[in-house]
Write a protein that binds this ligand. Structure first.
Ligand code: SF4
Length: 483
């Protein structure tokens, strides 16, 4: 179905489209053309009141909804934000009536709902008032409010600002094959000819960043080596990277290395990781069904994940994360439950449950794969939450993305001593980060209002190699900016 959106507030057209897409999927909201399925929205303002009227005619069936509220907002920005929120709620309630469906996050389309909840409480609202607001303003379900509550509780000890500290992100943008849902800028490693020049550029950037950190009197607190697949580096290359990292920053107290693809991990590489204070690794099955692994372009089996996990445990890794994905193509509830059963038997220290999102740069999008919007996806999310709880894990961070199946979320679960602080910092944007390597985005959190200054690295691998000095200069400028 395609729905033509008409509104007397053209600047809200896309926001109305976002809510339409929550119900009907990507590509359903259109803004020009001739279409029998229509959404008509009008905004009016009278005697200090806003009135939003929405009328849908879909498949010949009409539904209307009107909401009226006192105009609000102390600044033009706040004014517009609240007006937009009311518009989206009106559209959402009309579609809820038309479809008979209640969405887990209601009309909320933002990517960091836990942060929004915390901001409301920081602004002086009580917990109960914030819950009421989430229920009333967005129609967020009680289950999602429980999820947020669990996360806020877990995050409490980690949110105190630590001035003078930064996190470090190091990107290794190579993978053995490309997953069909991948939207990252990673390249297939191919014959590996770019790996050495890339590593040289990265080590050069690391050296320069170490100087910058010293010059600005900073300390690196946590570090994360992600990608891509960092373990697509050879053992000797990984050794060079880690020795340079700890030479530059000997005081890092938390370091995650993603060992995402089990076909890139062996005893030799794990031995290298063990020689350094690597605190956490991530072995990512995504699914424990071989037919799906093959269909989504991952060149390994479920058994390889299990074997790699056992090997890492046997070698003394005491903090292992696993990533899985709900709504993968072709998977039904029983296949997903099989994945959960295998993961539960392994009992990782943390579990990250992603909901499939079809990004525009993915192969699935190219193949015009249609995102799934059905009850089963929500059941998968619910089952994974139950599974995490049975393993003694609790939710500690959450984020949402556009184009996610059934308007759900990604959730990180961990045992109490196994929370990855870097993940909280990254998702809640509570700490500055210096990001090294192709595609990394450095952020500096500034001042009491936590304004964010960004310095992106180019994502093309060859461009990164040839322009690494420019990437260093961008970070230097970001750190020197006086505000
Ligand atoms: S392992 Fe991750 S980065 Fe690599 S292709 Fe798959 S999704 Fe992309």
């Amino acid at each position: 179905m395609q729905i033509l959106i008409k509104t007397n507030l053209p600047e809200f057209q896309n926001d109305i489209g976002d809510v339409v897409r929550l119900f009907f999927g990507e590509g359903t909201a259109i803004y020009t053309g001739d279409e029998e399925n229509i959404c008509e929205h009008s905004h009016s303002e009278q005697a200090g009141n806003w009135t939003e009227q929405v009328r849908f005619v879909l498949d010949g069936r009409t539904v209307e909804h009107t909401l009226s509220e006192p105009a609000a907002g102390d600044t033009p920005v706040e004014h517009k934000r609240l007006m937009k929120r009311l518009t989206k709620r009106t559209v959402y309630l009309a579609l809820k009536a038309w479809t008979g469906r209640v969405l887990p996050w209601g009309s909320l389309t933002g990517i960091r709902p836990a942060r929004l909840f915390r901001q409301q409480m920081d602004s002086g609202k009580t917990f109960d008032e914030t819950v009421r607001q989430f229920r009333m303003d967005f129609d967020v379900s009680p289950e999602r409010i429980n999820l947020i509550t669990e996360i806020l509780e877990a995050q409490k000890p980690y949110l105190l600002p630590e001035p003078g500290t930064v996190d470090l992100y190091i990107g290794i943008p190579f993978c053995t094959t490309r997953c069909s849902y991948c939207s990252f800028s990673s390249g297939e490693i191919g014959d590996g000819h770019l790996v050495e020049p890339y590593l040289s550029a990265l080590l050069h950037e690391l050296d320069a960043v170490s100087d910058l950190v010293r010059t600005h009197g900073l300390a690196v607190r946590t570090a994360y080596i992600g990608g891509g697949t960092p373990t697509s580096l050879g053992a000797a290359q990984m050794d060079r990277l880690l020795s340079a990292l700890f030479r530059a920053f000997p005081d890092i107290t938390e370091l995650t290395v993603e060992a995402g693809r089990p076909d890139t991990v062996d005893r030799e590489k794990l031995t290298v990781l063990k020689q350094y204070p690597v605190t956490r690794i991530s072995i990512n099955p995504q699914t424990m069904n071989d037919s799906t692994l093959q269909a989504i372009g991952r060149a390994h089996t479920a058994q390889q994940c299990i074997d790699t996990y056992h090997l890492a445990r046997e070698m003394g890794f005491t903090d292992i994360n696993m990533d899985i994905i709900t709504a993968l193509p072709g998977e039904d509830l029983s296949m997903f439950e099989h994945t959960l059963e295998v993961v539960e038997n392994l009992s990782p220290d943390s579990l990250t449950v992603h909901t499939l999102a079809i990004k525009h740069s993915s192969k699935l999008h190219e193949q015009r794969y249609e995102q799934r919007i059905d009850e089963m996806i929500q059941q998968m999310a619910d089952k994974s939450r139950e599974c995490a709880h049975r393993m003694g894990l609790r939710a500690y961070y959450l984020y949402r993305q556009k184009y996610m199946a059934s308007n759900l979320e990604n959730v990180g679960y961990a045992g109490p001593e196994k929370i990855c602080r870097y993940n909280i910092d990254n998702m809640e944007e509570t700490a500055s980060v210096l990001a090294l390597g192709a595609g990394g985005i450095s952020k500096r959190i500034m001042g009491r209002d936590q304004r964010i200054l960004r310095a992106p690295n180019v994502s093309n691998i060859e461009a990164y190699i040839s322009r690494v000095d420019e990437m260093i200069e961008r970070k230097a400028q970001m750190l020197s900016y006086a505000g």
